[in-house]
Design a protein around this ligand. Structure first.
Ligand SMILES: [Zn+2]
Length: 297
């Protein structure tokens, strides 16, 4: 299975709860275990200005491309935006575009990164600057490679940026299952929001997913799904609070890939959040998700 990764994804911000080096660590684990071969790792291209403008305002695109951020931009995104960080976010957009293309070709496409679902049209939030999911979907819609897409966002936090960007766009169904009381405080309106209680746990989580996802897929009938597979649903996550076990997350992932495949819907995977107390747990969970995806490739 091909997997998308850029060395530029790894922009380390010492002391920050979001560790961008988790993506590289997950890839290394998969290479070591032979799940991924070195020749199958594809480096994405930098997205064009025109690509970014599909989902973002000219002002915000200019700031991102020309490194013109203000202190307020950094504060809103809760990031120290260095040149390396800006480049990482940019390259993640290229990565998700490539993963979505691979999904259309092969059934499954994997970006070993991505999932910046808190990025809005004209600003960043929650460790996200550019909404890679929205840019990739809009690009494939514009190229007429797809007519309808579904974003299946199972990160522990609502995909507020994605929901806002696609608000009123009948071609895109935004499905978000997340902690009702966690970040972001002010939720946007997705096509379908499923708010969960803190400490939901495997059984209740998988039951809600099993009830809602097949119905949404059947009703909407997308030509592409982007699966936002946040690892922060894990019970030892510092920011998620949903209480899933590693085994429960494996079941979640297998369910999503299985439901997509059963309907012939190509699935592009992006990894998104993950802030476990132990860094190695986050890395393991992301690697597991990709491993599960490989079973469906
Ligand atoms: Zn999250």
């Amino acid at each position: 299975m091909k997997i998308v990764f850029s060395k530029y994804y790894t922009a380390v911000s010492p002391g920050h709860v979001f560790r961008a080096d988790k993506f590289e660590a997950a890839l290394k684990l998969l290479l070591k275990e032979g799940v991924v071969l070195k020749k199958d790792v594809l480096a994405p291209e930098e997205p064009s200005k025109a690509d970014l403008l599909l989902a973002h305002s000219p002002g915000w695109v200019n700031k991102n491309l020309n490194f013109k951020f203000t202190a307020e931009d950094g504060a809103k995104a809760e990031l120290k935006i260095t040149r390396g960080v800006a480049r990482a976010h940019l390259m993640n957009v290229g990565g998700t575009i490539l993963a979505a293309r691979l999904a259309l070709e092969n059934g499954i496409g994997v970006n070993c990164g991505g999932g910046s679902h808190h990025a809005f049209h004209d600003h960043g939030e929650g460790f996200c600057l550019l909404n890679d999911i929205a840019v990739a979907v809009k690009k494939l819609l514009k190229e007429r490679r797809i007519k309808r897409a579904m974003v299946i966002d199972l990160d522990a936090h609502q995909g507020n940026g994605t929901a806002a960007i696609f608000s009123g766009d009948k071609r895109v169904f935004t499905f978000s299952m997340h902690g009702a009381g966690t970040y972001p405080e002010k939720k946007e309106k997705s096509s379908l929001d499923i708010g969960l209680r803190p400490g939901t746990g495997d059984a209740a989580y998988l039951s809600a997913l099993g009830r809602e996802l097949p119905r949404a897929l059947d009703k909407f009938g997308p030509d592409l799904a982007v699966y936002v597979a946040g690892a922060d649903v894990y019970r030892n996550d510092l920011l998620g609070g949903l209480g899933l076990t590693v085994e429960g997350i494996k079941k979640r992932d297998a369910f999503v890939f299985g439901e997509c495949r059963a309907r012939g819907v190509p699935a592009a995977l992006v990894l998104s959040g993950g802030y476990a107390k132990k860094f190695s747990d986050t890395v393991r969970i992301h690697a597991n998700t990709i491993k599960t995806g490989a079973r469906f490739a």
